[in-house]
Design a protein around this ligand. Structure first.
Ligand code: HEM
Ligand code: HEM
Length: 223
């Protein structure tokens, strides 16, 4: 029994460490892609693609990585329930803030180049994801934090919160994958270094999504 517990704890530790490592690798690869192969970043510039590049940067590093880290926090650090809840909330607030800013910059980029809005599947799933994310945050806040529901209601709502949270996170992953594919096609990338880097970003994001799901699926069994 004690052996089961310790091997279980080891699985949890390895899964969370691997998820963090994926997050760091994605961050480095996205920066390498946008700084080395693309134009870099700017909020205002005559080189309009500098404005566009803020979109994948903020969506991947802000929205996806922070949201994933917020979700696995319950298994990643041994802290009190209140600290875990607050960290979960703060990371999700950062994710939503950067997500909204990331969508704002791509709208700004489209406006400045007179490109129409919301004409792709990517943009439809993306905007729905941001809206559902905002709703989940609001409902999570009022149910679990302030004013907070009765404990029986909280217990009844928790599995729904977890289910919808994972669905919304999966939608964010799908949005990122479609965005990456779109950009790949717009850039007419074929074989070559940049194509490899972009495809690897997509693969690592998929793995990150799978590992966040795995960490959530592992039951919480602390001493
Ligand atoms: C997961 C987070 C993401 C969300 C919520 C999201 C959302 C959006 C939205 C709402 C638009 C429409 C802008 C408009 O119509 O003016 C858009 C455009 C675009 N996004 Fe994303 N995006 C995400 C990630 C990415 C990533 C990682 C890339 C990779 C480069 C990307 C590439 C694009 C491109 C190329 C466009 C312009 C074409 C289009 O409207 O589909 N997106 N995105
Ligand atoms: C868009 C924002 C949010 C998403 C996507 C989300 C998603 C999730 C997910 C997937 C889990 C499962 C974690 C696990 O079992 O390992 C979870 C747990 C939890 N979340 Fe959130 N969450 C969000 C916002 C919030 C907010 C604002 C609060 C309030 C502070 C909150 C409170 C909780 C609590 C208390 C749990 C543990 C539930 C339990 O007892 O099983 N969440 N969340």
């Amino acid at each position: 029994m004690a052996r089961d517990q310790s091997s279980y704890r080891m699985t949890m530790l390895l899964a969370t460490i691997f998820t963090h490592l994926l997050g760091v690798s994605i961050t480095l690869l996205v920066l390498f892609w946008l700084l080395n192969f693309r134009e870099g970043f700017a909020f205002t510039s005559d080189v309009k693609f500098k404005i566009f590049n803020l979109h994948p940067l903020l969506m991947i590093l802000g929205f996806i990585i922070f949201s994933g880290e917020a979700i696995i926090i319950y298994k990643a650090i041994p802290a009190t329930r209140r600290v875990l809840k607050l960290t979960h909330l703060i990371f999700h607030l950062i994710a939503l803030g950067t997500g909204i800013l990331g969508v704002y910059v791509v709208f700004k980029f489209h406006n400045e180049l007179d490109i129409p809005h919301m004409y792709t599947l990517h943009s439809w799933i993306g905007l729905s994801t941001i809206c559902l994310f905002g709703l989940q945050l609001l409902l999570g806040f009022v149910t679990f934090l302030f004013p907070g529901a009765e404990s029986a209601t909280r217990a009844r709502l928790a599995p729904w919160h977890v289910l919808f949270g994972l669905v919304i996170f999966a939608m964010a992953i799908v949005t990122a994958e479609t965005g990456i594919t779109e950009k790949f096609v717009f850039l007419k990338l074929k074989q070559g270094q940049e194509a490899l880097v972009v495809n690897f970003i997509g693969l690592l994001i998929l793995l990150f999504g799978i590992f966040v799901g795995l960490v959530v699926a592992l039951p919480l069994r602390r001493k």
